[in-house]
Design a binder for this molecule. Structure first.
Ligand code: PHB
Length: 362
């Protein structure tokens, strides 16, 4: 190498997260697909789906409920019983056999639970009894002892994820699900130590983080945030103040990564206003490994990495329809279009039948 060569990093530069060296910086984002069985156990079809995508530098699984109470939709997988652990073990083995890495996303939906999903048809739980728009029940405001029970469920789920052979776990604190419901004041009007001032509203996130890092250590745990995403009727009176504080607190944890949903999900409801605050600015105060998400292309992702705006970039929709996304990026071959009709639920169609590119002609 010429000594004047400038080493530019891009999506294909290896990267260290925690104890792992990843082959590239192309991450498969967590994607709800609703194709586990009726008992919320991952299936053989789920195994094939993840194995097909194992050339991602890192796979983050779909949101996986920590308890039956944590479920919001039909046929999402869980990580609270032995059958689920065994089924996930087959998936992690398959991904590892391909040289890939896989984190499990730990999920509790809080108030965002469809009718008929909660055990015994009970009301979903939330920090406060503030209902989400649409066909959802009025949630039950959690008592302190019930919050403790959920922390126990996180800890148990984290242990199960370890037993299932995952490389790490991501704490889903984004997109209007339970932890985010505590963080933002549009869904949290508690008057105890979990509500009111933003320093109280972050308490639940950090209790979950302590519970999970106790099992995994800090460097195999990621956190996902979405400071300005209104999806699931979310809002906050001062997201800049709140999330700057959260990110500053996270600095001391030396986590595997911070995963940022940098805007509003495309299928967000429009009932709440999108704040002017640009969550990408949080990158500047985060001292650890930063994973950017939302609407990136190969070009914009490479640019973000070259400009220091991201260390890794996660892709959602593109991974649904392009199981070989890293190879397609590398060889500049056309991308398959994503069929939104087969996104949630259903069969192998639109799940494991997206074509791999024939690279023998490249
Ligand atoms: C969804 O089901 O559409 C969904 C689930 C989890 C998310 C975002 C969207 O974080």
């Amino acid at each position: 190498m010429n000594s004047q060569t400038v080493l530019e990093q891009d999506l294909f530069s290896p990267v260290q997260i925690g104890p792992y060296q990843l082959n590239n910086r192309i991450v498969m984002a967590p994607l709800t697909r609703c194709r586990s069985d009726d008992d919320n156990v991952p299936t053989e079809m789920n195994r094939i789906y993840y194995q097909q995508r194992a050339t991602a530098g890192l796979i983050i699984t779909e949101g996986t409920q920590i308890s039956p109470q944590g479920a919001g939709y039909p046929n999402t997988p869980g990580i609270y019983n032995d059958q689920q652990v065994e089924a996930w073990k087959r998936i992690t083995d398959s991904v590892h056999a391909q040289g890939g890495h896989i984190f499990l996303q730990l999920w509790h939906v809080g108030r965002v639970s469809y009718q008929g999903i909660q055990p015994n048809d009970q009301a979903p739980v939330a920090p406060s009894s503030i209902k989400i728009a649409g066909d959802y029940k009025q949630p039950h405001a959690l008592k302190l002892s019930e919050i403790d029970d959920i922390l126990y469920d996180y800890r148990n789920a984290a242990k199960n994820a370890l037993a299932a052979g995952f490389d790490g776990v991501e704490i889903h604190a984004a997109n209007g699900y339970l932890i985010d419901q505590f963080l933002r004041d549009g869904s949290n009007n508690r008057t105890d130590q979990y509500g009111g001032d933003y320093k109280n509203r972050i308490r639940f996130l950090f209790e979950v983080l302590h519970a999970v890092t106790h099992i995994w250590g800090n460097d195999r745990v990621g956190v996902r945030l979405s400071p300005t995403n209104p999806f699931n009727s979310m809002s906050d009176s001062n997201p800049e103040e709140l999330f700057k504080y959260v990110v500053k607190q996270l600095n001391s944890f030396n986590l595997a990564y911070l995963h940022m949903v940098e805007g509003a999900l495309s299928f967000s409801d429009t009932t709440t206003e999108i704040p002017a605050f640009d969550s990408r600015s949080l990158r500047d105060i985060y001292q650890g490994t930063y994973m950017a998400n939302l609407g990136y292309t190969k070009q914009s992702a490479n640019q973000a990495i070259q400009n220091g705006k991201a260390d890794l970039v996660s892709f959602g929709d593109l991974f649904i329809s392009n199981p070989d996304l890293p190879e397609r990026f590398l060889h500049n071959v056309p991308l398959n279009k994503t069929n939104m009709d087969t996104r949630y639920g259903g069969t192998e169609k639109g799940y494991i039948d997206y074509p791999q590119f024939d690279f023998s002609y490249v």
